[in-house]
Design a protein around this ligand. Structure first.
Ligand code: C2E
Ligand code: CA
Ligand code: CA
Ligand code: CA
Length: 282
C-alpha cells in the first residue's frame, strides 16, 4: 500500500509539473506573440435599444498564432493575468482600441469600451497610461469606457480603497466606467453605492429566452437589475442578445442598451468601419 501511495504521489507531481510547464510555455508564447504583433482587436457593436443606433463597440482581443489560426481570449487571458503579462497586453489593446475608435468617433460619434484586468487597475500609474493613450490617439475621454468585472470589486479592504481611488482618477479625466458581467460576482449593494461607476453590464447568463411562457424568474432577475441600475442613475446594458424576442423583452423592461450576436458578432477594424458606415445609412 505504501508503494502504491508513493506511486500516486509521483504521478500527481508529474501531472502538476506538466501543467506548470504548459502554462510557462503558453506565457512564453504570449510574450513572443506580443512582440511579433500576432494580436488583433475585434469590435462588437453595442446598440441603444430605443433607437437602434450603434452607440459603442467593445474591444475584444484575438490571437492569430499562425495565418488562419485563431485563439480566443478565454484560452489565454487567465495565463496572461497570472503571469502579469496582461499589463503589457492590456495596454497594447487599449492603445489600439483608442486609435481605431478615434476615426469612428469623429465620423459617427461611436464610443469604445475596453476590458481592464484587476492587475492593470492595481498599477499605480494606470490613469496616466489611459491619459497617454487618449492623447496619442486623439480620442476624447468621453468616448472611452473601461469595463471592470464584478469579481475584482470584491477583495481586501485596502484593495477596495485603491480601486475606488483609481476609478475616481479615471472619471476625473472624463472616462466612463462599466461593471462587466454584473450578477455573476458577489458584490454587495454597498459596493455599488460606493463605487464611482456609470454603467452596469448584465451578464448573458441572466438573459431570458423571450419565448412566451418561459421561466418568469429569469425575467424578474433582469427587471430587478435594470431597476437597480436606474435607481443608482446607471445605464443598463444587456449582454448576449441573440433573438428579436429578447430585444422586445429588454425594451419592455426599460433596459438601455444591448450587445450580442443579434446586433452583430465581433469583427476586425476594417469590417467594423464598414458596419458603422452601413448602420448610419439605415
Ligand atoms: P466579455 O467581456 O464578457 O465579452 C463578451 C464575450 O461574449 C465575447 O467573447 C463575445 O464574443 C461573446 N458574445 C458576444 N455576444 C454574444 C452572444 O450573443 N452570444 C454568445 N454566446 N456570446 C456572445 P470573447 O471575445 O471570446 O471574450 C471572452 C472574454 O475574454 C471577455 O468576456 C473578456 O472577459 C475577456 N477579454 C476579451 N478581450 C480582452 C482584453 O482585451 N482584456 C481583458 N482583460 N480581457 C479580455
Ligand atoms: Ca467585457
Ligand atoms: Ca461581459
Ligand atoms: Ca464574460
Amino acid at each position: 500500500a505504501k508503494a502504491a501511495g508513493r506511486d500516486r504521489a509521483v504521478t500527481y507531481d508529474a501531472g502538476l509539473r506538466e501543467r506548470q510547464l504548459e502554462r510557462t510555455e503558453l506565457v512564453e508564447r504570449l510574450r513572443a506573440a506580443l512582440t511579433a504583433e500576432q494580436f488583433t482587436v475585434y469590435y462588437q457593436p453595442i446598440v441603444t435599444l430605443g433607437t437602434g443606433g450603434f452607440d459603442a463597440v467593445e474591444a475584444l482581443v484575438r490571437w492569430f498564432p499562425a495565418p488562419g489560426e485563431l485563439i480566443g481570449p478565454d484560452r489565454f487571458i487567465p495565463a496572461a493575468e497570472d503571469s502579469g503579462l496582461i499589463v503589457a497586453l492590456g495596454e497594447w489593446v487599449l492603445r489600439q482600441a483608442c486609435r481605431d475608435a478615434a476615426g469612428w468617433h469623429r465620423q459617427h460619434g461611436t464610443a469604445v469600451t475596453v476590458n481592464v484586468s484587476p492587475r492593470q487597475l492595481m498599477e499605480p500609474d494606470y490613469a496616466a497610461t489611459v491619459g497617454r493613450a487618449l492623447r496619442d490617439s486623439g480620442l476624447p475621454p468621453a468616448a472611452l469606457i473601461l469595463e471592470i468585472t464584478e469579481g475584482m470589486l470584491v477583495g481586501a479592504a485596502n484593495q477596495e480603497d485603491r480601486t475606488i481611488a483609481q476609478l475616481s482618477a479615471l472619471r476625473r479625466q472624463g472616462v466612463r466606467v462599466a461593471v462587466d458581467d454584473f450578477g455573476t460576482g458577489y458584490s454587495s449593494l454597498a459596493y455599488l453605492r460606493d463605487l464611482p461607476i456609470d454603467i452596469l453590464k448584465i451578464d448573458r447568463s441572466f438573459l431570458p429566452s423571450g419565448e412566451p411562457g418561459a421561466a418568469d424568474r429569469q425575467l424578474s432577475f433582469v427587471r430587478t437589475i435594470v431597476d437597480l441600475a436606474h435607481n443608482l442613475r446607471l445605464a443598463a446594458v444587456a449582454e448576449g442578445v441573440e433573438t428579436p424576442a429578447q430585444v422586445a423583452l429588454l425594451r419592455e423592461l426599460g433596459c438601455d442598451k444591448g450587445q450580442g450576436y443579434h446586433f452583430g458578432r465581433p469583427r476586425n477594424a476594417a469590417e467594423t468601419t464598414e458596419v458603422l458606415a452601413a448602420a448610419q445609412l439605415t
